[in-house]
Design a protein. Structure first.
Lengths: 397, 138
């Protein structure tokens, strides 16, 4: 059962992280079409060959009937159309759904794209009172409108900070370990001219000296929002001719809650079952990965994901990151492009960056930060506040 | 950010009405499953552990146990611009039943996971009585 490697990632595109965004500004649907065209060109596959669409939860100006809108706009007749509503876990979710569709024979060329640049100013008022509540539904009848928003439990910072408090209360208060994640990934970002922190290495003391945002999380432990966007093309091995094919050989996802208040256990996150399924499907062990590209919206996310994914035991991630060099030159290459903490987070496209970097490395196209061993990668996604997590195991053909 | 907005009131739903009614009387009630025995919050029509439609509101003493918390140092939205730093907490009020709340304290640095807390019933003329907590005095 499971994916067998009969679907591969053939090509990709990733926009540089930009803040402020210099333009030109395009609509969400226009950005999506541009990303598709560039990823297809990279894969060496013609526009007209596309027969599958995978996208994130919305296309800015087109929040509903998204795949049909995209098919119409791009002029494609598709046999597989998916909109993945898993927040930051969507990108991993999109890729395994695309791979499954290819293995099932439903589609042969699936474009997975997420846009992340600002749009032109709208001529009509877009004032939306729900804007400030972000992912928290403020409509009457939603649990958040009744039990969360009145207590200021909205946005991401507070929830991830609650996870961090619970984690340190259980396993010890080593804040320098959290800061080291930022430092090591910033070192890798110095070899990525597209990263927002290219040219800006940092130190543990600087991270711990940055402004407290939501105790115990400080400003530099939180991703910098940037403009960007990314896409990959999932297809059959036969159609993958230009670059080394990257087989999708393992996947998993797991969801338990939307708000951390209702999580089964704040020291254990949904990535555990997702990762175990992905590794079992691939027939591989975490120690057999050449790199990990894991979702790092906050430092605490990286620690919890390392543990949950099986790279170290429960409560051991602080010691683990201090014992290992996490840079691309190090003994445990993690987020070799700088990760989202070093690259920046282009909204939902931030998670696609982890997949793109894994593909880039496996295809031997990572330039000055190319790993010597680059056959296998573990990639994770995280959505909401540790609400939904997803995992991929990728391997070069 | 634009001009300050009022903090949002709970948008009460029919299923949870008994919870809010009890708070108005400065009591705390939590759903208890007549089938599997789970304590459940927020109120639901079915038990999230066993799926039975046998949830009944039962009184609890209102003592809370601090599961986790953060101090929001900057307003999470313009609605809380006037609130100052807020302790946003997860508190257990019955075995396994947790709720989101705020903790009234001048010294959030003294809070520890596992602390026992006392209920604070906040009567707001504009909306339902809400449940906050304060550190238990030794």
């Amino acid at each position: 059962m499971g994916l067998t490697g009969g679907a591969v990632i053939a090509g990709f595109v990733e926009r540089p992280a930009e803040r402020p965004f210099p333009g030109p500004r395009k609509l969400g649907i226009e950005q999506w079409a541009d990303l598709a065209a560039d990823a297809l060109a990279d894969a060496g596959i013609a526009w007209s060959e596309v027969d599958g669409i995978c996208t994130g939860a919305e296309i800015l100006e087109s929040p509903r009937f998204v795949p049909a809108t995209l098919a119409e706009y791009c002029g494609w007749s598709v046999n597989f159309a998916e909109r993945c509503d898993l927040g930051g876990a969507s990108n991993v979710g999109m890729v395994w759904r695309a791979a499954a569709a290819v293995e099932l024979g439903l589609a042969e060329v699936v474009v997975c794209a997420v846009s992340g640049q600002p749009r032109p100013p709208s001529p009509v008022s877009e004032a939306n009172p729900a804007f400030w509540f972000g992912a928290s539904a403020s409509e009457w009848g939603s649990p958040q409108a009744e039990f969360e928003i009145p207590f200021a439990n909205l946005g991401q910072n507070g929830g991830f900070a609650q996870y961090a408090t619970a984690y340190h209360a259980a396993f010890g208060w080593n804040e320098r370990a959290r800061a080291k994640v930022v430092v090591d990934q910033r070192i890798s970002a110095q070899d990525n001219p597209d990263a927002i922190f290219y040219g800006s290495p940092t130190t543990i003391d600087e991270v711990l000296g940055s402004r407290m945002i939501a105790d115990p999380l400080r400003l530099m432990e939180i991703v910098m929002p940037v403009a960007g966007g990314a896409a990959v093309v999932v297809t059959t091995p036969e159609r993958c001719e230009r670059h080394r094919g990257v087989k999708v050989i393992g996947c998993g996802e797991h969801l338990t809650h939307k708000t951390p208040t209702y999580a089964p256990d704040l020291t254990e996150t949904p990535v555990g079952p997702a990762a175990r399924r992905a590794f079992a499907m691939a027939g591989l062990h975490p120690s057999e990965m050449d790199m990990v590209q894991l979702y790092d919206c906050y430092t605490i996310t990286a620690l919890l994901t390392l543990e949950g994914s099986g790279f170290c035991g429960k409560g051991e991630a602080m010691d683990f990151v201090e014992a290992h060099d996490l840079t691309w030159r190090g003994d445990f290459p993690m987020n070799t492009n700088g990760g989202q903490l070093g690259f920046g987070q282009a909204g939902l496209a931030g998670g696609m960056g982890h997949i793109v970097e894994a593909v880039r490395q496996i295809q031997g196209r990572a330039g000055q930060r190319q790993l010597a061993r680059h056959d296998r990668a573990y990639v994770s996604g995280t959505g909401g506040v540790m609400s939904e997590q997803s995992a991929l195991v990728l391997e070069g053909m | 950010m634009s001009e300050p907005l009022a903090p949002p009131q709970p948008l009460v739903t029919p299923t949870a009405q008994p919870f809010w009614d009890a708070l108005a009387e400065h009591r705390v009630v939590v759903q208890h499953c007549g089938s599997c025995g789970a304590w459940v919050h927020y109120p639901r029509v079915r038990c999230p552990r066993c799926g039975a439609d046998a949830l009944v509101f039962e009184p609890v003493d209102g003592t809370g146990r601090l599961v986790s918390f953060t101090v929001a140092r900057q307003p999470v939205s313009p609605h809380f611009a006037e609130s100052g730093p807020m302790v946003i907490a997860i508190v257990e009020v019955a075995p396994g039943a947790r709720l989101t709340t705020n903790i009234d304290t001048d010294d959030p640095g003294a809070l520890r996971v596992g602390d026992l807390l006392d209920p604070v019933f906040v009567d707001d003329g504009d909306g339902p009585t809400t449940l906050r907590f304060s550190p238990r005095r030794a």
